[in-house]
Design a protein around this ligand. Structure first.
Ligand code: ZN
Ligand code: ZN
Length: 409
């Protein structure tokens, strides 16, 4: 279909979107506390004619029913991060220690912009558009909270779900792929037990520091020795804590692990291996008590449906003919978006949009300094270029929706 008519009014609404973006950026709120943010979104969506529901605490969903046809759900996230902003931007965060450092402010401003385009051009499409704004993506709690609050029963059943994320790549570029695009992420707290003693009397102890050290080394073999070469898995020990001072052998140690995988079977295998190694090392050390395992911050796999990805990618390529659309490499980051389509049992696709000014990005690529010179998501220096990111990411949300809802003439 031709998008020319649909986007004829985009230029005029961009200033409203820029202002929305700067507003969200100035007033970030942490996960499950997005009260002001969700008020603003509900107000804007209401003005556009969407029917509003509050689901899962601060979650907001707008439904625009526009005749017969498919139902498309588009999702944005709303939460900020506990990061102190250091961008020096005129519209920097006004909240101490909190920052939109992952670009969720951009996701909100672009989904609202897409909602306006669709609301203003109802003659171009037929069906139902659902604009879903979820809380607490960063802690994997938000999508789950919406599902637990009856999301599936409160909305018309979508045929397809869509989501996007800004990434530190060249602004204007769009990355799509079939299959895994983000990893499953699991955090795990392990407590192992020893027997405390005076630091001068190690023979009276079961030293949990030595035990934990041995576990950390042995865990490295899960990826290097147990995982098929070329298959993706990450096992990171991000924290190792035991003891308080030099001359006391403590009675326990705590490890915190982060696990990333693209494959459900491998994920299960990695977890089983971790538990096996920890139990084995505890037995070898003569640990007096079974170790404890506590999984938390668990993110599902994001794996795009091949058919939905193809439909959306084809529509993107038609609309962005100048090579902006490329095949995205799967990222090792994680997301809880798929919790929503999985709850409905529907297919989905998730794509990435670049947000770094082209010149700066190309310069960094040429000098091989992308990882050091281009601030990525979660950095206190993360500063997406409003233009052209806002416009590109608004167009992608509209085009992906119209790939299903657009009138075929
Ligand atoms: Zn993030
Ligand atoms: Zn994010």
């Amino acid at each position: 279909m031709s998008y020319q008519a649909v986007f004829s009014s985009l230029e005029k609404q961009l200033e409203w979107q820029r202002e929305l973006y700067r507003h969200f950026h100035r007033h970030p709120e942490l996960g499950l506390q997005e009260h002001e943010t969700s008020e603003r979104i509900a107000a804007e969506l209401g003005t556009l004619g969407y029917e509003i529901q509050r689901i899962g605490g601060t979650g907001v969903v707008g439904v625009l029913a526009n005749g017969d046809g498919p139902v498309v759900l588009a999702r944005a996230d709303m939460d900020a991060l506990p990061v102190t902003e250091d961008t020096g931007l005129e519209y920097s965060s006004t909240v101490a220690g909190v920052m939109h450092a992952c670009g969720h402010d951009m996701h909100m401003a672009t989904l609202l912009g897409a909602a306006k385009v669709l609301a203003d051009h109802r003659d171009a499409w037929s069906g139902t558009h659902i604009a879903l704004f979820q809380p607490a993506e960063e802690t994997a709690a938000g999508a789950r909270a919406m599902v637990a609050d009856g999301l599936v029963d409160k909305l018309p059943r979508p045929d397809v779900a869509l989501a996007q994320h800004v990434m530190p790549m060249e602004a204007g570029m769009i990355g799509t792929t079939a299959g895994p695009i983000l990893s499953a992420g699991d955090s795990l707290k392990i407590t192992v037990h020893g027997r405390g003693a005076h630091g001068s009397m190690p023979h009276n102890s079961v030293d949990p520091v030595v035990l934990a050290a041995s576990i950390v080394l042995k865990l490295q073999t899960i990826v290097s020795r147990e995982t098929r070469p070329g298959q993706f898995a990450v096992v990171t020990v991000g924290a190792s804590n035991a003891g308080t001072t030099a001359n006391i052998i403590p009675d326990r140690a705590e490890l915190r692990l982060n696990i990333r995988t693209y494959d459900t079977e491998l994920r299960k295998h990695v977890m089983a291996s971790i538990e096996r190694i920890v139990r084995g090392e505890c037995a070898a050390a003569g640990s007096p008590k079974e170790p404890e395992f506590e999984y938390y911050d668990q993110f599902p796999l994001t794996s795009n449906d091949a058919e939905v990805n193809e439909t959306v990618t084809r529509a993107f390529t038609e609309h962005f003919p100048d090579g902006q659309v490329h095949r995205a490499d799967p990222a090792t980051a994680s997301e809880d978006f798929s919790t929503i389509p999985d709850a409905f049992g529907i297919p989905y696709t998730y794509w990435t949009v670049g947000c770094v000014p082209a010149e700066a990005y190309r310069k960094a690529v040429a000098s091989g300094t992308v990882s050091s010179d281009i601030p990525a998501n979660h950095s206190p220096f993360f500063a997406p270029a409003i233009d052209p990111t806002l416009e590109t990411a608004t167009r992608t949300q509209v085009i992906a929706a119209l790939a299903y809802l657009g009138k075929k003439n």
